[in-house]
Design a protein around this ligand. Structure first.
Ligand SMILES: C[S@@+](CC[C@H](N)C(=O)[O-])C[C@H]1O[C@@H](n2cnc3c(N)ncnc32)[C@H](O)[C@@H]1O
Length: 273
């Protein structure tokens, strides 16, 4: 089903967010077209192959498939990193629209999304192959400003793991898996393997949420261009079908129109692997 995610007034939505996110979001809304906004200008270059920083990042990743991601984090070549939680994920969390239980964020980077959705009802595992990314993530988790009504910080409900998503053997399955800019970061010929791994890690009634970006027509990568069809092609054979696909109206300014939220559930429990 494809529909508009936020039919109501977008600014009205802000009133439902906790103060910290509200401030982050207002900052971005007040300066949506301001090219000097760090996260905005950084995300913009991700889709521009003529950009020297992006070319350097691609060069590192293509020349060192083992440690390339870690080098990018070490050198601060992280145009994907918003430096704050993803607004639409925060919205879903704060409106009680995310599954509770165990959640996984593969390719979690600096871990803002991991910490943002952690709570006593939801334990979140953030997984990344880069030591430097996880160093940042552990700093984020201890400095996170929000404490819950119970008084316990989100960090208590978070675990970061350094491991390769494709070879990881998890002892447990997940109620929720959230993918943002991980699918577009892997080589396109790995997408079937990505889907099989996701499927094997999801509980039979678990939910996959994909924030699909960048939906455009640039060449090369990472990030590689994506389309809804790219996800359907690898998820449908495993019985994972979209229950909801919509434009992400909470995308940051430079990603707006290039991002869709997809929610996927298993319809054929026999196809879980
Ligand atoms: C484009 S970044 C996205 C980070 C984060 N999701 C975000 O939106 O800011 C991709 C991340 O995936 C990690 N990564 C790449 N290949 C991986 C793998 N095979 N297993 C686990 N993490 C991986 C990289 O280190 C990097 O942090």
């Amino acid at each position: 089903m494809r529909s508009s995610l936020f039919p109501q007034n977008f600014l009205h939505t802000l009133g439902t967010l906790p103060p910290y996110y509200n401030n982050q979001l207002r900052f971005k809304i007040m300066r949506p077209e301001n090219k000097s906004t760090p996260s905005a200008s950084k995300s913009q270059i991700a889709a521009n192959s003529n950009n020297p920083e992006l070319n350097k990042l691609r060069q590192i990743l293509h020349s060192d498939s083992t440690n390339g991601w870690d080098k990018c984090w070490e050198e601060g070549l992280t145009p994907w990193d918003l430096g704050s939680p993803t607004p639409v994920l925060v919205h879903l969390h704060s409106t009680g629209s995310l599954p509770i239980g165990r959640a996984l964020v593969p390719g979690c980077g600096s871990g803002h999304d991991v910490v943002a959705i952690a709570c006593p009802e939801r334990h979140v595992v953030g997984l990344d192959i880069s030591d430097n990314a996880l160093k940042k993530a552990s700093e984020v988790s201890v400095s996170f400003p929000i404490t819950l009504s119970s008084g316990s910080p989100n960090a208590e409900h978070v675990k970061f793991l350094k491991t390769d998503f494709f070879t990881w053997c998890s002892p447990q399955k997940f109620d929720l898996i959230f993918d943002y800019t991980f699918f577009c970061a892997i080589e396109p010929n790995m997408r079937s393997q990505w889907a099989r791994k996701i499927s094997s890690l999801l509980k039979p009634d678990g939910e996959l949420i994909t924030l699909m970006f960048p939906i455009d027509d640039h060449e090369g990568g990472p990030p590689y261009k994506v389309s809804v069809t790219d996800y359907e092609e690898v998820l449908h054979p495993l019985g994972l079908k979209a229950t909801h696909i919509a434009d992400n109206e909470l995308a940051i300014a430079t990603r707006r129109g290039k991002e869709k939220l997809g929610r996927w559930k298993r319809f054929d429990c026999q196809s879980s692997l």
